[in-house]
Design a protein around this ligand. Sequence first.
Ligand code: GDP
Length: 430
Amino acid sequence: MVKAVVGANWGDEGKGKITDMLAEKADIIIRFQGGANAGHTIVNDFGKFALHTLPSGVFYSHTTSIIGNGVALNIPLLFQEIQSVTDRNVPMPKLLVSDRAQIVMPYHILFDQYEEERLGGKSFGSTKSGIAPFYSDKYAKIGFQVSELFEEERLREKVARVVETKNVLLEHLYHKPLIHEEELLEELHGYRDMVAPYVCDVSAYLAQALKEDKTILLEGQLGTLKDPDHGIYPMVTSSSTLAAYGAIGAGLPPYEIKEIYTVCKAYSSAVGAGAFVSEIFGEEAEELRRRGGDGGEYGATTGRPRRMGWFDCVASKYGCRLQGATDVAFTVLDVLGYLDEIPVCVGYEIDGEVTTDFPVTAKLEKAKPVLKTLPGWKSEIRGIKKYEDLPENCRKYVEFIEGQIGYPITMISNGPSRGDIIYRESPLRK
Ligand code: GDP
C-alpha cells in the first residue's frame, strides 16, 4: 500500500510533521522530487531537526529511507545531513539512493546564483541550490545519473562534452571563471565513493516491497501552487509537487497510491516571488509571522521571512483537487488562537467578477481577495486530543473551511510535536 504526503499550498504546510507521524506505521519513506532547496522541520524525541534531503522517516529504526529517481540529489549535502542527524544520537538511517537519481553538479549551484544575479530585480527568488539549472539539464538530457558515476570512460567523455557548453555560457554570458574538467572529475569521484554503499535499483526494490505488503510513504516537497504545470508558473519550482508524480519520481505504478494526505495550513505563507492573493502586510503580517509555525515563519533552508496571508479557500480547494486529496491534514491551527476575528479568503475578484476557481497566472495577478471574517476562539488549543473538546468557534472554522474546499479534513494538527494531532470523522468521507 502506498500513501503520499503532499502540500496543498505553497509549501511549508507541515508535511514533515505529518510524514514523521505516519512513518511510525510505514516500512519505507521515499522522497520523489525536489532537492535541498526547501526544508522540513520535525520535532520528536531526539529534538528539533530541519531536513532538506533525507526523508522524514529517518528517525525510526524500523524504516528504510529512499532518495527516489525524481530527486535533485546534492551528494555532499546528503552526507552532511546524515552526519548532523547521527551527531545528535539518531541511529544511522537505513538509506537507499536510486541509481537513476540525478546529481546536482557544483556548476548547477553556480549557474543558479549567476542567473539570479543577472536577472536582478526580475529574479525568481531562487534559494540558489541549483535546482532550476539541474532540472533544465535533466530534461535537456545532459544531466548525470548516479549510475553514471560508476562508468569511468563514459563519465570522462560526458564531462568533457558538457563542460564545453557550460564554459561558453560562463565566459560570454556570465563573465565568470571557467570549469576545469579534471577538477570536476575529481569531485565526481568523491561523490561516487560517498554514495556507492547506498545505490539501489529502487523501482525493483519497491515492486518487491509491494509484493510483501509493505507500507510505502511518498514524501512531497513544497505544494500544488509551486507545481511547474499546475502552479503559479513561472514562479514555481522545477519538479512536479503532485502526488501523481510520486509514481514517476519513485518508480511505482500510479494505481498503487491509495491514500493522499494533503497538508493544508490554517493560514497562508509563501516564499519567493509570485501572486499571493490573500497576502497581508505590516504589523498584522509581522504578528502572524512571529507566532506562526514553531518559532516563527522563517525559511527552514534560508532563514528568509515568509510572506504571510489569511487562509485561501480558492487556492486550497484547487490545491487539494490537483493532489487528489483523500484526506486533508489541517495544520498549525493552534497559531490562530490569538485573533479576535479571523479573515478567510473565499473568492477572487477578477475584472469585477467573483470566482472560486483558481485561475491561470495572468488572471491571478489581477485577483483581489474576497474576505469573510469568522469569529476567533481566543484560547490555547495545544494539548487537546479530541475534536469535540476544541472550542466551538475553532470547530466552526474547520467546518467552514472544509465546506469551502470540499475535501475531508480528517486530521488537525494543533502543535509541532508528533502527538499534537486530532483525528476527526468528516461528513465528506463516504
Ligand atoms: P514542511 O516543509 O511542509 O514540512 O513545513 P515546514 O517544516 O517548513 O513548516 C512547518 C513548521 O510548522 C515547522 O516549524 C513545524 O515544526 C511547525 N508545525 C507543524 N505542524 C504544526 C502545528 O500544528 N502547530 C504549530 N504551532 N507548528 C507546527
